[in-house]
Design a binder for this molecule. Sequence first.
Ligand code: ZN
Ligand code: ZN
Length: 372
Amino acid sequence: MKRDYYEILGVQRGASDQEIKSAYRKLALQHHPDRNPNNPDAEEKFKEASEAYAVLADSEKRGTYDRFGHAGLGGSGGGFDASAVQDFSDIFGEFFGFSDIFGGGGSGGRRRTRAHRGADLREDITIEFEEAAFGTETKVTYRRHESCESCQGSGSAHGKAPAPCRSCGGRGQVRYQQGFFSIARTCPSCQGSGSVISDPCTKCRGEGRIIRQKAIDAKVPAGVEDETRIRFSGLGEAGVHGGPHGDLYVVLHVKEHPFFERRGNDLHCVVPISFTQAALGTEIKVPTLEAEHALKIPEGTQSGEVLKIRGKGVPVLNGHGKGDLFVEVRVQTPSKLSKRQRELLQELQGITQVENKPERRSILGKVKDMFN
Ligand SMILES: [Zn+2]
Ligand SMILES: [Zn+2]
């Protein structure tokens, strides 16, 4: 049979939030496992009070409990989640480890280990447009911390094990009294590791790692774009005191192409054709990233028309297929005419009827949209 929450906290049913809070604080301080080591009874009482508080401090849960009792709070049997209570830290500050009690961290769980993961590194490289399209392999040279082989990364000379920290007695935390409360803080002498190096390695000055230049062969897959980041797992900074390496991120900067513009996997380019080629139709040679391609210009092609060459774009990154190549043809109006050319054009003009009506802008707009 579950005890009544008000009874557990020793308050009246109509108690104010403040009364509930201070009642809980009193009980929690009294029964906290840190103060009652190896006392399962106290731990049980502490958990009971915390559960009661978690419900009564939450006005919605409290209302439900008032009306329906334990049954109203669901069939979980009062399954208690310490993280659901926002103001535990408000009540206790950081000096009680709630996760240790409810999360099963164990009594030694609060001591920080000396080892920690190395930082990630970033290295920027510039590659050619074609290298981005087809992929490449390139050397990346960078500097990183590596584990000191003189001390095997321990930071301690002559293979001596680090000694327990005297300031905290190896606990990694120091407690001090502040009025009513005993407050625990990370030990400033050992940064919470609980141990200090009494005889530091001379090569790395006790850090356990040293800076080295490193070169790797970075494989750049086909289809990468400008600003693509490639992650090289474990190639970042060495961890401290035996911790794992961080990662290396290679950030690619792709050079522009003099002729092609890339949009996703598609390529765009502009090719000039003559006024007569446009009018009569023809076949022109268009460069692609690979071989030249014969492109048919239909009779009566307008300036600004876009012709698609399927599959001549950039390969899809980590996928199949390629984008397309879009060729915008731009009709060049003949200028600096010779006498003969002028005669022929004048003759043509005489037999061509042109109505100089303005065109609807929307048509022009559509063409422009394809390029934006
Ligand atoms: Zn060393
Ligand atoms: Zn210490």
